[in-house]
Design a protein around this ligand. Structure first.
Ligand SMILES: Nc1nc2c(ncn2[C@@H]2O[C@H](COP(=O)(O)OP(=O)(O)O)[C@@H](O)[C@H]2O)c(=O)[nH]1
Ligand SMILES: [Mg+2]
Length: 313
């Protein structure tokens, strides 16, 4: 496909169109992904999550610049599950990442919810692959919050960084289960505000309790993203984690798990669609419903016979 050739040859327009196709679930997206797939698997994917306003975009901007200074190319996907807007960069993010927009070595894209959240995590994963095939060395996936849907989104990442800020009060209790599970590196941003040390202490306690059996103890880095303070240290921590997962087979294991999940989800979705096409659209479903309601038949028997009919050839 021409669009794939162009993307692989470095066309930003082709990359942009590809992500649009992924986002809108155009039929051609599947064909594009097929051809891009052999070119993926090279980028370091960094997930960044945390509450709204924590400074994720500000931090992404600074981190991206740090990686650019090391000669690496950067892709950024800002995912906002609460926003119906997408396409270009969400305005606030664009301002926050101002310094990057003129850099040819950086590609920024926002994605919002056009469909379901579940769909969003799958689309994010495909967008990451497009950036990867394009040749980006480092790909940031910024997503709001620390709930289950965000956890799904950051599953596309090799390393996950959780950004917290002082003054969240009891919130940290509420989110701790989720964040302890997914955070490889913790950043306490807005360290210029009161309470950063207290938050660090609380977090350290939680990680100590949680981490006894774990080989990797997530580091906690204090940052003032708006002033660029602590960014180099953060990059060092991220690099350290990436080296660790590469050397200890964790990266391999995570990618294996991710590949498995992806294949299973794709398969389930395809089977679901196939069944929908054969039962719902042909009107057979309504007949079954009548039979079930009148007790002429039951759901279990119908499912069994449909499976025999549709899947066993
Ligand atoms: N005081 C202070 N403000 C910051 C810091 N980092 C970011 N901010 C501000 O916090 C606000 C939210 O930042 P943003 O990056 O958009 O947060 P996001 O929603 O997590 O992406 C912006 O007004 C930033 O300028 C920091 O280290 N200290
Ligand atoms: Mg943001």
């Amino acid at each position: 496909m021409d669009i794939v050739k162009d993307l692989l040859n470095g066309s930003r327009l082709a990359l942009s169109r590809t992500i649009t196709a992924i986002e809108n679930e155009y039929d051609e997206a599947v064909d594009i992904m097929k051809e891009l797939y052999p070119h993926t698997g090279h980028a370091f994917v960094l997930g960044i999550t945390g509450p709204p306003g924590a400074g994720k975009s500000t931090m992404t901007d600074k981190l991206a610049r740090a990686y650019r200074n090391m000669g690496k190319t950067v892709g950024i996907i800002a995912v906002d599950p609460t926003s119906p807007f997408s396409g270009g960069a969400i305005l606030g993010d664009r301002i926050r990442m101002n310094s990057l927009t003129l850099d040819e070595g950086v590609f920024i894209r926002s994605m919002g919810t056009r469909g379901s959240l579940g769909g969003l995590s799958h689309k994010t994963a495909d967008a990451v692959k497009a950036l990867d095939a394009f040749g980006k060395d480092v790909i940031f996936v910024e997503t709001v919050g620390v709930g289950q849907s965000e956890v799904d989104i950051v599953k596309a990442a090799d390393t996950t960084m959780v950004v917290l800020i002082p003054g969240m009060g009891d919130d940290i209790q509420a989110i701790k289960a989720g964040i302890l599970e997914i955070g490889d590196v913790f950043a306490i941003n807005k360290a210029d505000h009161d309470g950063a040390d207290k938050l660090q202490m609380e977090l350290n306690m939680m990680l100590d309790l949680d981490g006894e059996m774990k080989e990797w103890r997530p580091p906690i880095q204090k940052v003032i993203a708006s002033q660029g303070e602590g960014i180099n240290e953060l990059v060092a921590q991220l690099d350290k984690h990436y080296s660790y997962i590469k050397e200890n087979g964790v990266l391999e294991q995570r990618r294996h798990e991710r590949t498995r999940t992806e294949l299973m989800e794709l398969l389930n979705a395809s089977i679901g669609r196939y069944i929908t096409n054969s039962i719902v659209k042909t009107g057979r479903l309504d007949n079954y419903l009548e039979d079930i309601k009148s007790r002429a038949n039951d759901p279990y028997t119908i499912v069994r016979s449909l499976l025999d009919e549709l899947l066993v050839k």
